[in-house]
Design a protein around this ligand. Structure first.
Ligand code: RTP
Ligand code: MG
Length: 140
């Protein structure tokens, strides 16, 4: 297994409910190291560009609106097998399907207000990390 980095976002529904620390505790307990982190307010343009892959989906406008409703916390997480490890600890997209102990089972309100984002492949992780962070902002 290789040491990987993945991009994590603590979404507006979670920052609004003051859950950043509790979510970070789940990540850290799973062995994911937070090697960069910042709280930012996404613009509509930024959120639209970040989710461009979903532009044709019926939920796109609502997804973009939900991502700019409150600040988000963007993070780089590092671990062996970080992409898969993070996806596992986030749980299924729809919290109704999420396994016990996962972030989405513990905290998500709905499929849209599902508290966290995580890169779904190593290649996407590299692009998504570069979207938010300069290499000089990441400290392992
Ligand atoms: P994410 O990208 O946020 O880590 O989540 P994911 O891979 O599990 O889900 P994805 O299919 O990439 O969808 C991105 C986000 O869009 C919202 N969504 N809404 N209303 C719907 O049917 C629907 N489907 C997806 C979710 O907030 C999901 O996290
Ligand atoms: Mg996704």
């Amino acid at each position: 297994m290789a040491l990987e980095r993945t991009l994590s976002i603590i979404k507006p529904d979670a920052t609004k409910r003051n859950l950043t620390g509790k979510i970070n505790a789940v990540f850290e307990d799973a062995g994911l190291r937070i090697v960069a982190q910042k709280r930012i307010q996404l613009s509509e343009k930024q959120a639209g560009a970040f989710y461009a892959v979903h532009a044709a989906r019926p939920f796109y406008a609502s997804l973009v609106a939900s991502m700019i409703a409150e600040p988000v916390v963007v993070q780089v997480l590092q671990a062996e097998n970080a992409v898969a490890k993070h996806r596992e600890v986030m749980g299924a997209t729809n919290p109704a399907d999420a396994a016990e102990g996962t972030v989405r089972k513990l905290f998500a309100e709905s499929i849209e207000a599902n508290s966290v984002h995580g890169s779904d492949s190593l290649e996407n992780a590299k692009n998504e990390i570069a979207f938010f962070f300069a290499e000089t902002e990441i400290f392992a």
